[in-house]
Design a protein around this ligand. Structure first.
Ligand SMILES: [Ca+2]
Length: 281
């Protein structure tokens, strides 16, 4: 480029000299157009080279007047701007910023698993009495649990070791006492009360109250002449259905002093005191 510039400058000087000579000599026809073309080419070439050699000068500034032998020197046309360079390297990391403000509370997490069963607590205080219950149904009539008899002698007893037959009936509505045998027959199991009151006259009295074939109670009274005595006894016995109870004279001697007439009585009685609850249910 520099070499070309030098060559062109030499030509330019020669053309200038020739032009000057031509101008003074009234130019020849056919030479002037070639001179114009050369001057234009020199202008184009001289501008860039001039820019390189004098970079500090601003565009459009007045060029210094040519010196030396190349007094007709002219600046070239400025070249095109160069291409953009490659991007530079990344900068260094900045200093850490200030600590930010506390963030909002997070969302509520899912429900946890069921815990273990706790220890059983202490027993609580006694509660208030409850309301009374309903009135119970009407119970069975007492009639089915009735059993009673009251009987007496109508004649003197003369035969020992057999049931004494009391034929004077004061009460025997349930007919649990059999006047033909002198025995009470238990139809309702339970507790029974028995008693007897004997008028003793003319002979001693020994009587036993029998339950089935066993003498349970004994009563003995000695007779004194011309005196009327009384002998008595009572007992509670638990009887089952079918049990039999009666009175009879016991012993081998003559102790059948049981007496009764219009104004004297010997009596025997019994009744159910309590029936068995099991049987009633
Ligand atoms: Ca006596």
């Amino acid at each position: 480029m520099v070499k070309l510039t030098v060559l062109l400058r030499k030509g330019d000087c020669k053309a200038e000299r020739d032009g000057g000579r031509l101008n003074s000599q009234q130019s020849l026809p056919g030479r002037r157009p070639r001179m114009l073309v050369l001057q234009a080419a020199l202008l184009l070439l001289a501008l860039p080279s001039h820019a390189e050699e004098t970079p500090t000068e601003e565009p459009g500034a007045l060029l210094p007047p040519p010196k030396g032998p190349c007094s007709g020197w002219m600046a070239g046309i400025p070249g095109h701007p160069g291409h953009n360079g490659i991007p530079g390297r990344d900068g260094r990391d900045g200093a850490p910023g200030e600590k930010g403000e506390k963030g909002d509370a997070g969302l509520i997490g899912p429900k946890g698993d069921t815990g273990e069963t706790g220890v059983i607590g202490a027993e609580g205080p006694r509660g208030f009495p409850g309301i009374p219950g309903r009135k119970g149904e009407r119970g069975e009539g007492a009639y089915v649990h009735r059993s009673a008899f009251s009987v007496g002698l109508e004649t003197r007893v003369t035969v020992p070791n057999v049931p004494i037959r009391f034929t004077k009936i004061f009460y025997n509505q349930q007919n649990h006492y059999d006047g033909t045998t002198g025995k009470f027959h238990c139809s309702i199991p339970g507790l029974y009360y028995f008693s007897y009151h004997i008028t003793v006259y003319l002979k001693d009295v020994k009587v036993s109250l029998f339950r089935n074939d066993k003498a349970e109670l004994f009563t003995y009274d000695q007779y004194q002449e011309k005196n009327v005595d009384q002998a008595s006894g009572s007992v509670l016995l638990h009887l089952g259905v079918g049990d039999q109870v009666w009175l009879q004279v016991y012993g081998n001697g003559d102790h059948s002093g049981l007496y009764a007439d219009n104004v004297n009585d010997s009596t025997f009685m019994g009744f159910l005191l309590y029936h068995d609850i099991v049987e009633s249910s």
